[in-house]
Design a protein. Structure first.
Ligand code: NAD
Ligand code: UGA
Length: 451
């Protein structure tokens, strides 16, 4: 089959950028992204896109209206599809069995039912969302139960993009992973999906596996990345006790080519919608199979991350003479990382909430995430101020929570001049030069270094 019509259910951080790049690279294929959320779809049709992602608008503009479409008409679009990518959210369950750990597959299940109901031909259903290993089996059962006479071939094609670099990650992926059944129809569907990616990805980077390896590899990739962050963060705590410097330790170990340099930046902890959810899901799956030691091992990555966030707040309080009550503390950064407006699971949320509980007067600044911060901090007495200089005026302490380039380039002399004294700076991302700030007059507290 030559694929002519792709439909993607879910116009979020993955569905939107992924389909935009497929449409950009495959002008001969129509790509339609559908979503229940009308506001989101409307925003995709304008130049004020619903997510902030560098270079995304340029790509959207190349293809939108040509072979890239955004729509709320789910029924009509499924009816014409050759391939349906399912890219809906799979958050941690908040209720019932597995609450707080398992993935909530409600939205995935609903998509499968819609596909079964509205399909008008045999089609390929692609798991783009991150899912527990063996979800394809459940999807196959839903798709082939009931009234439909069509054949639905389920493939796993997890997404590895990172926010802030999504377009480059999609245009130049380290690899594309496609898992399917080892029978004839499975292999045929894999070949069809390989053909799509071959429009811009070289063959050696397209990896095909069985369905279960593909589903599991996505969870494992995120677990390994998060584990590196927790590992270096755990050592940052030891550095603060021993006068070792985490940047020096990180560099020293990273020059061992077996270890490598990436994901070794100590921080206030990892955030984002996926690391925690995917590790918790991995832990849940391991427990389900009775692998309690394996579950405990991965659980520790999340425990260490929670510890790193709390440790940061504890340090602020201890340093500021055991009380922050009625002191003005300015958080520079609220997004979970630089170059995104996304705040899901951002360490800043926990840190700001803990500071408010301690009755600090908290000001929050961020170049792209204040709209979301307003929502996250709803009901809390926090001031949101985009201009970092204004936000820091009269502050007793400044905490850097997101590694925005703009915060590396600030005029810290000017900030210091307008702060209360003694002026403290807690650099939760190690982006400023502690010596330079110390010379200005700040009391400087980086992560994993002597103060
Ligand atoms: P998101 O919340 O930004 O987007 C999901 C969209 O799906 C929402 O707009 C929602 O309205 C829509 N949706 C839900 N149920 C629907 C239904 N039945 N019909 C139509 N639309 C429906 O989520 P996201 O960040 O794009 O993540 C999607 C999946 O991709 C998750 O499984 C996530 O783990 C995975 N993932 C995310 C990233 C990332 O960087 N955010 C990277 C790789 C993988
Ligand atoms: C991550 C993975 O990198 C992607 O491959 C994956 O597709 C995605 O999750 C997903 O499944 O959602 P993302 O969460 O967008 O991407 O961003 P990362 O760059 O991985 O950063 C995650 C968190 O770790 C951020 O809070 C970041 O600040 C933190 N981090 C990262 C550190 O604290 N130190 C580091 O050295 C690296």
């Amino acid at each position: 089959m030559s694929i002519k019509e792709i439909v993607c259910i879910g116009a979020g951080y993955v569905g939107g950028p992924t389909m935009s790049v497929i449409a950009e690279k495959c002008p001969h294929i129509n790509v339609t992204v559908v979503d229940l959320n009308e506001d989101r779809i409307k925003a995709w049709q304008t130049d004020d896109l619903p997510i902030y992602e560098p270079e995304l608008l340029d790509v959207v503009k190349v293809a939108r209206g040509r072979n890239l479409f955004f729509s709320t008409e789910i029924e009509k679009n499924i009816a014409k599809a050759d391939v349906v990518f399912v890219s809906v959210n799979t958050p941690t369950k908040t209720f019932g069995k597995g609450a707080g750990v398992a993935a909530n597959l409600e939205f995935i299940g609903k998509c499968a039912r819609s596909i079964r109901k509205y399909a008008k031909r045999d089609l390929i259903v692609v798991e783009k969302s991150t899912l527990p290993v063996r979800t394809a089996e459940a999807l196959e059962k839903i798709l082939h139960s009931g009234e439909s006479d069509y054949h639905f071939e389920v493939l796993s094609n997890p997404e590895f993009l990172a926010e802030g670099t999504a377009i480059n990650d999609l245009q130049n992926p380290d690899r594309v992973l496609i898992g399917g059944r080892e029978n004839e129809t499975g292999q045929k569907a894999i070949a069809d999906l390989v053909e799509i990616y071959s429009n811009w990805v070289s063959p050696e980077k397209i990896l095909t596996t069985n369905t279960w390896s593909s589903e599991l590899s996505k969870l494992v990739a995120n677990a390994f990345l998060a584990q590196r962050v927790s590992s270096i963060n755990s050592i940052s705590a030891l550095c603060e006790k021993t006068e070792a410097d985490i940047t020096e330790v990180s560099k020293a170990i990273s020059m061992d080519s077996r270890i490598g340099a990436k994901f070794l930046n100590a921080s206030v902890g990892f955030g984002g919608s996926c690391f925690k959810k995917d590790i918790l899901n991995l832990v849940y799956i391991c427990r389900h199979y009775g692998l309690n030691e394996v579950a405990d091992y991965w659980d520790q990555v999340v425990i260490m991350n929670d510890y790193q966030q709390t440790r940061f707040v504890d340090k602020i309080i201890a340093t500021m003479f055991n009380t922050v009550s009625d002191k003005k503390i300015t958080a520079l950064g609220f997004a979970f990382k630089a170059n995104t407006g996304d705040t899901r699971e951002s360490p800043a949320i926990i840190i700001v909430k803990q500071l408010v509980e301690e009755r600090a007067r908290v000001y929050v600044s961020d170049p792209k995430a204040l709209k979301q911060a307003k929502h996250d901090l709803d009901g809390l007495d926090v001031v949101l101020e985009e201009d970092p200089y204004e936000a820091c005026k009269g502050a007793d302490a400044v905490c850097i929570l997101t590694e925005w380039q703009a915060y590396k380039d600030l005029d810290y002399k000017k900030i210091y001049a307008n702060m209360n004294k003694p002026a403290f700076i807690f650099d939760g991302r190690n982006i400023i030069n502690p010596q330079e700030l110390y010379e200005i007059g700040f009391n400087v507290y980086p992560i994993g270094k002597a103060a």
